[in-house]
Design a protein around this ligand. Structure first.
Ligand SMILES: O=C(O)CCC(=O)C(=O)O
Ligand SMILES: [Fe+2]
Length: 279
């Protein structure tokens, strides 16, 4: 398992990055256009939000799925029985966002979507012709004007010691969407499973971006791009007392986009959300 760390500004960036996605389902980018201080200010301000009682006023709406998801409703990964040790906030540009957090998070949403669109262009241009002919439209167009693309602000609280046995920050799972764009978290823990079943830390220094393939791209590329299993492990030692923040952007096509003969983006998403028990 060799997740490549690619300089976004180099002429061979598209080729090296997409090869890493093909071989590992993951790629890491440095020298990308998203300002590191925007990410660190988002982490700082949202940590304050998660550690205040105000968050409860922003509880999510079951139908719209925007807002705050407390630890007792957060996800149970497919095939697992214990809930992940996390709470999160679902940001959509059309959704509810606390006023003081709004400008930064929407600025990030816009910038990350712009980078994502470039990356989908790279993926498209590096897909062999016999696979690309099955894409129902250009990959970057699939997310254009999509209202479904989800920015999740994730908070993994410090461990208290009375967690349920077997509970982890994020149990092994695959992402549902096309690609996930993830700036370096403020603490380590993200791991990807190799073909031989062994776990590998995803290298990601501050300021870098991690990108991974989701099930929808795997579906649209007929398995050419693998949606690999990943997890977030519990910290040990003194790090147990640290909060961990991360900020995955899950790129979701417009609902009517055809992914394959079996699925549109909408039928695919609904099937997976039912499995997760969140709808
Ligand atoms: O927190 C992370 O680093 C990854 C989170 C993740 O994999 C997810 O929310 O799907
Ligand atoms: Fe994930």
């Amino acid at each position: 398992m060799n997740v490549q760390n690619v300089d976004y500004t180099q002429p061979d960036a598209a080729e090296r990055f997409v090869q890493s996605l093909r071989e590992t389902g993951f790629g890491v980018l440095r020298n990308h256009p998203i300002p590191a201080d925007l990410v660190s200010s988002i982490y700082r301000n949202w940590l304050a939000f998660f550690t205040s009682e105000e968050k409860h006023r922003w509880r999510y709406d079951q139908g719209r799925q925007d807002g705050y998801f407390p630890p007792d409703v957060s996800e149970t990964a497919k095939g697992h029985s214990v809930k992940d040790l996390k709470e999160y906030y679902h940001v959509y540009p059309w959704g509810r966002i606390p006023d003081s957090l709004r400008d930064d998070i929407l600025d990030y949403y816009r910038r990350a979507n712009e980078v994502a669109s470039t990356l989908l262009g790279w993926v498209e241009s590096q897909t062999p012709a016999d696979i690309a002919l099955h894409y129902s439209e250009p990959l970057s167009r699939m997310i254009e004007d999509s209202q479904q693309t989800l920015l999740r602000v994730l908070h993994y609280p410090p461990l208290s010691g009375d967690e349920q046995p077997g509970a982890v920050r994020a149990a092994a799972h695959e992402d549902i969407n096309l690609l996930t764009v993830l700036p370096a978290a403020n603490e380590p823990g993200l791991e990807v499973r190799g073909g031989d079943g062994t776990w590998h830390a995803v290298p990601c220094d501050p300021g870098q971006l991690v990108i991974n393939v989701g099930d929808m791209l795997q579906e649209a590329s007929r398995g050419y791009f693998p949606s690999t299993t990943h997890r977030v492990t519990n910290p040990r030692g003194e790090a147990r007392l640290h909060s961990r923040l991360s900020l995955p952007l899950f790129l979701h096509p417009r609902p009517e986009v055809v992914l394959s003969e079996r699925h549109t983006a909408d039928t695919y998403l609904k099937e997976r959300l039912r499995e997760l028990g969140v709808i």
